[in-house]
Design a protein around this ligand. Sequence first.
Ligand SMILES: C[S@@+](CC[C@H](N)C(=O)[O-])C[C@H]1O[C@@H](n2cnc3c(N)ncnc32)[C@H](O)[C@@H]1O
Length: 251
Amino acid sequence: MTENKPTPDEIDFGFEKVARDDKRGRVAEVFTSVAEKYDVMNDALSLGVHRIWKSLLIDRLDPRPNMTLLDVAGGTGDISFGFLKRGGGKAIVCDINPAMLAAGQKRRQATDYQDRLTWLCGNAESLSLPDRSVDAYTITFGIRNVTDRDAALREAWRVLKPGGHFLCLEFSEPETPGLDKIYDLYSFKLFPRLGAMIAGDAESYQYLAESIRMFPRPKDFARQIERAGLSQVSFHNLSGGIATLYSAWRT
Ligand SMILES: C[S@@+](CC[C@H](N)C(=O)[O-])C[C@H]1O[C@@H](n2cnc3c(N)ncnc32)[C@H](O)[C@@H]1O
């Protein structure tokens, strides 16, 4: 559908095409609006299943006391808290949105783990961390919102130590016959309604449903990861393809 393709100066924001420079601001509006209710909404929309997906990612991380994790687009800290709880050494939650970080800092676990946890406001596309400084890099449900995905992936490669692990969780479109129709109905009808009821914001959850449809298919995103220099790229469909877990390594 070439007529719907963005021009080089444009990019998708859900089903809308916006100027590349505007996407960051539009994404910021979404997450500033939902920050306070973000965790409740995650449980409501996924019926708690996002916890299982995140737990699988943490299994793959294999947390150890000598490991430093950088969790980019880390939002309210789920992955970092899980990593530290399961024996990881240090975690850095990096997110571009101060409201999301503030919501995370109010969580009980933030106090429990304060000695081993850093909250960093920053852009995935240009991280303020030195080269080869972290053992693991995670990005969960974040890369979809980043304007320049290639830049973010190159940054992941740059900050990882050789031998470091890259893990990404992102929504995908279910390909299981039947599930695709149910999922369409669920996400386009129910996401905005629940968003209105719980977070007082239907539009942000309409964006969520749309942005999932605009994200590349897993095999295409896997190639993009590889092009950024990461090796041994693999991916696994979760819950019939509603989400995909990507893994890669810096050699
Ligand atoms: C759907 S939330 C995911 C939060 C958390 N990782 C989780 O799985 O619950 C997406 C997050 O990406 C952040 N984000 C969007 N663009 C970003 C960027 N360019 N750099 C860093 N974070 C970004 C948003 O502020 C938001 O907190």
